[in-house]
Write a protein that binds this ligand. Structure first.
Ligand SMILES: [Zn+2]
Length: 211
């Protein structure tokens, strides 16, 4: 059961393991998302995108990313945006969902979403924003993935069909994160884990990915 939408734990058996094209070294029975992190987009050469395109064809790669825009860190915003647009293209081309890292760039990400109207699901990972920002995303059908730190009001407000859980780089397990989020949503840990797993399975069925 995959209940963790985004993890950097390369040994995870219950999560979509996020990695870069250079580090992609698949282990049996595991699933991956591969992309060029916005922090590492300075000096990215075209061959990195070509390498990514080749890797995205692997069946164990079920998502594209993490990619996105971070206004606090990484390459100049124009470069981050250019690389993000390339990831969107690859997501549509390979029919695999997109995992998004965003810091202080919700408006920009949503403007791109409005313009491109992607067919593949988008997942805004590590969402810590308030209920108002949450609404900006989920009202467009974008999934919100919740990790160790979050705004309880926002977590409470996310529709069931668009809520995911993740460990990202947290030392907590996905069950511990589910327990925290369950308190905010006044539900049980088990129900929330099952919800995240069921939404992940829906996302992967919408795309060409199978697990
Ligand atoms: Zn991450």
């Amino acid at each position: 059961m995959i209940a963790d939408a985004h993890t950097h734990n390369q040994f995870s058996c219950e999560g979509i393991i996020s990695t870069s094209p250079e580090r992609f070294n698949p282990l049996p029975g595991k699933v991956y998302s591969v992309g060029l992190h916005p922090w590492l987009t300075a000096g990215i050469a075209d061959h990195s995108i070509e390498q990514l395109r080749r890797i995205l064809k692997f069946p164990e790669v079920v998502a594209v990313g993490e990619t996105g825009i971070d206004k606090m860190k990484g390459a100049p915003i124009e470069i981050q945006e250019k690389i993000f647009l390339q990831h969107i293209e690859l997501s549509e081309e390979t029919k695999k969902p997109l995992i998004i890292h965003e810091v202080k760039a919700a408006g920009q990400i949503l403007a791109i979403h409005r313009q491109i109207k992607p067919k593949m699901p988008w997942i805004r990972h590590g969402f810590r924003g308030n209920a108002q920002t949450a609404r900006m995303y989920y009202s467009k059908g974008i999934y919100l993935s919740i990790g160790e730190k979050f705004n309880p009001e926002a977590v409470k407000s996310i529709p069931e069909s668009l809520l995911l859980l993740e460990t990202d780089e947290s030392p907590l397990t996905i069950t511990e994160i589910a327990r925290k989020a369950a308190t905010a949503r006044q539900t049980t840990t088990e129900a929330l884990l099952a919800l995240s797993a069921s939404n992940i399975s829906t996302i992967l069925k919408l795309s060409d990915s199978t697990i």
